[in-house]
Ligand binder design. Structure first.
Ligand code: C5P
Length: 295
């Protein structure tokens, strides 16, 4: 059987409102997330055992990799005893808030569900539950295109076609400094923050509803991320670069998710090369910087 190939797209949070801490230690959020044409590639081939080869030496290829965790969860859930040899080609930087690991895990679930015999396959609700167990950011990758997330990220609501049309195809600069921000520590900083560090759910919902109700409101009118304040206080290189982007090109940069990646929506005609240079000058030559589009 020839190997299957899946694209595992990156995401950015156009809106990320953390609305409060839950009794289970997670945080409730309201978010609008868009997947990008920037993607990892996952190849899957039937084999006797589960295995993973990853072209990024910085990432573990061991059982902690989300691809192999997804495979173990799929086996536990379905009882399917065969194996799959996975090859992962990384393009999405890790520790970035771009959802790379979560997206790889969902690509693995898709591959497993296609390779398993029909009586071992999961339907969408089962896949969604498994995805949510693997990570709060996983279920969104089972949907097509931009969606609204609620709960801890596991409740996924598609946007209406006219709303999707306002986002799809928009051009972005996506960039990340050499350092990443581990998600648990970002949430822990938020939980320790002063009163007022959360955005009340009713206000976040009103912000989203206003955007949805106005057919003329561009993607720019959605942009807000409540995780920026604690991240920017700890890592001044992030706001410093966004200030430079604004001064040089009049574009509004935002952090994605819990960081450290940032993005800016770009007008169509704007040359991107000077902006890529600006990122590498500000954050050093090992910074990640690329142009992408909302898928
Ligand atoms: O779900 P995931 O494994 O990606 O989450 C990693 C950590 O981030 C969690 O253990 C939790 O500390 C934090 N988190 C949170 N609220 C969310 C998502 C993640 O507190 N909605």
């Amino acid at each position: 059987m020839p190997s299957l190939v899946f694209a595992a797209p990156a995401k950015v949070n156009l809106l990320l409102a953390i609305t409060g801490r839950r009794p289970d230690g997670f945080h409730d959020l309201v978010s609008v997330v868009a997947t990008l044409d920037l993607a990892d590639t996952l190849e899957a081939e039937p084999a006797a055992e589960f295995s993973l080869v990853c072209d990024d030496p910085e990432l573990t290829s061991g059982p902690d990799n989300l691809v192999l965790r997804a495979a173990a969860a799929f086996r536990r859930e379905t009882g399917w005893a065969s194996g799959v040899a996975f090859r992962l080609r990384k393009r999405i930087p890790a520790g970035a808030g771009l959802g790379g690991g979560s997206s790889d895990a969902v690509a693995a679930l898709r591959a497993l569900n296609q390779l398993a015999p029909p009586d071992r396959r999961l339907h969408l609700p089962g896949l969604t539950r498994l995805a949510a167990e693997l990570g709060s950011d996983c279920p969104l990758f089972l949907a097509e295109g931009p969606v609204v997330l609620r709960g801890r990220g596991e409740r996924v609501e598609p946007l209406l076609p006219a709303e999707v049309a306002r986002l799809r195809g928009r051009r972005l600069l996506v960039c990340k400094p050499a350092f990443g921000i581990p998600t648990p520590s970002a949430y822990a900083r938020l939980a320790k923050g002063a009163p007022g560090s959360y955005w009340p759910a009713a206000e976040a919902e009103a912000w989203l509803a206003r955007w949805r109700a106005d057919p003329a409101a561009p993607a720019e009118a959605l942009l807000r991320n409540t995780m920026e304040a604690p991240a920017f206080a700890k890592f001044p290189a992030l706001p410093e670069l966004l200030i430079r982007l604004k001064a040089a090109a009049e574009v509004e940069g935002r952090m994605s998710g819990s960081g450290s990646a940032c993005f800016a929506l770009l007008p169509e005609g704007m040359p991107v090369a000077p902006l890529l240079d600006l990122v590498r000058t500000g954050w050093g030559p090992s910074a990640f910087a690329t142009e992408a589009r909302i898928a």
